[in-house]
Design a protein around this ligand. Structure first.
Ligand SMILES: [Zn+2]
Length: 158
C-alpha cells in the first residue's frame, strides 16, 4: 500500500482536500446512506475516513478520526498509514479529485481570474485537472498549504 486511496465522509471534507494536496486519491461523499458509503469503500478499495463511530465499526479498513481539529486528523491519518505522503504534489485536483496533467498553452485556453500568465511565459508550470479543468500552479496558496503541513508534521516530533 504505497499511496493509499481514501474515502472521506461528509464530516471530513477539509481533510480530504489536504490529502488531495499531497497527491492522494481521495473520494469525498455527501448525502449517502451508510451502506452506500461502505459499499463504495469496499468496491474501490479505499480506506474510510470518518468521525462516525458506528460507521467506522462496520467498515473494513478505516481511520476513525477522534478530533474535530484538522491538525489532529492529519496527524492521526499519517500515524495510522505512514506511507501517506507529507509533501504537496501536483497530482490530484483538490476540487474534484481528478488527475492533474501538465497544461500546455494553446488550443482551448481557459482563462480564469488569477492565472499569472506573465510568470507562465517565464517558465512557471501550470497543471490542469483532467476532469473539471481547474488550473493549479506554484504560488502563495501552495506555499501556505506547504507551511501548514510542515507545522503539523513538526508538532508530531517527540
Ligand atoms: Zn477537478
Amino acid at each position: 500500500m504505497s499511496n493509499p486511496r481514501w474515502l472521506a465522509d461528509e464530516m471530513v471534507g477539509r481533510l480530504a482536500r489536504y490529502l488531495r494536496f499531497v497527491g492522494c486519491d481521495t473520494a469525498y461523499v455527501r448525502g449517502l446512506l451508510d451502506d452506500e458509503v461502505l459499499a463504495r469503500a469496499e468496491r474501490e478499495d479505499r480506506i474510510l475516513l470518518t468521525r462516525d463511530r458506528e460507521l467506522a465499526r462496520r467498515a473494513g479498513r478505516v481511520v476513525l478520526l477522534t478530533s474535530p481539529r484538522l491538525a489532529d486528523q492529519w496527524k492521526q491519518v499519517r500515524s495510522a498509514v505512514p506511507t501517506t505522503p507529507g509533501a504537496v504534489a501536483f497530482v490530484r485536483c483538490t476540487v474534484c479529485n481528478g488527475l492533474l496533467v501538465s497544461y500546455t498553452a494553446g488550443g482551448n485556453r481557459p482563462d480564469p481570474d488569477g492565472v499569472p500568465w506573465d510568470r507562465v511565459a517565464q517558465g512557471l508550470r501550470l497543471y490542469q485537472c483532467s476532469e473539471c479543468g481547474h488550473l493549479y500552479w506554484e504560488g502563495s496558496h501552495t506555499a501556505r498549504v506547504r507551511q501548514q503541513i510542515a507545522n503539523w508534521s513538526g508538532e508530531t516530533r517527540p
